[in-house]
Design a protein around this ligand. Sequence first.
Ligand code: DX5
Ligand code: ZN
Length: 220
Amino acid sequence: SVTPKIAPSMLSSDFANLASEAHRMLTFGADWLHMDIMDGHFVPNLTLGAPIIESLRKHTKAYLDCHLMVTNPLDYVEPLGKAGASGFTFHIETSKDNWEELIQRIKAQGMRPGVALKPGTPVGEVYSLVEAENPVEMVLVMTVEPGFGGQKFMPEMMDKVRTLRKKYPSLDIEVDGGLGPSTIDAAASAGANCIVAGSSVFGAPEPAQVISLLRNSVEK
Ligand code: DX5
Ligand code: ZN
């Protein structure tokens, strides 16, 4: 399904007020909440894990789109499933040898599996995961080096998005990093339909306007 999914990145929210920040974004028109899970090892930053997902789940029914920037994603599958995560997107760079098992276990926990690519990773590395008998349901093309919000969008990553969209007309293709009013048209016209946006949404005087601008760009 290539309907737009606008996913504010909660990494840019006030973590001390996570539930109210989540409610605010849903009121502003967000479809998903993007949750950046970092272990201080795969990326040089440390954020949140299953205990915080479990706490947030008690305050919202929203789709929690979890992006696993961790060295061993397999260790997170059961805790996140039990915590109430909705999507579980792992990085191919960490999972070249066990992605089949990962996908199977993610689905067994009732979550939707996705695979992410760092900017330096060729897009061809995820074809077998999309074409597998038990496939991933989303590909996340990173448009910055993972680790931090507020970085500059890498337009050269749009070649990966175009290639994926041409091969897989109905695949969910997510972009993450530096998305906002000045970069959304490049991503949407390349074929991305799931849009993560942190600083551009949380930093706006009127986040609802940014969310609707992102959605309109994907829809046109
Ligand atoms: C970066 C994270 C992103 C980040 C995006 O490693 O995966 O989700 O929060 O933030 P912005 O939109 O500010 O680039
Ligand atoms: Zn992310």
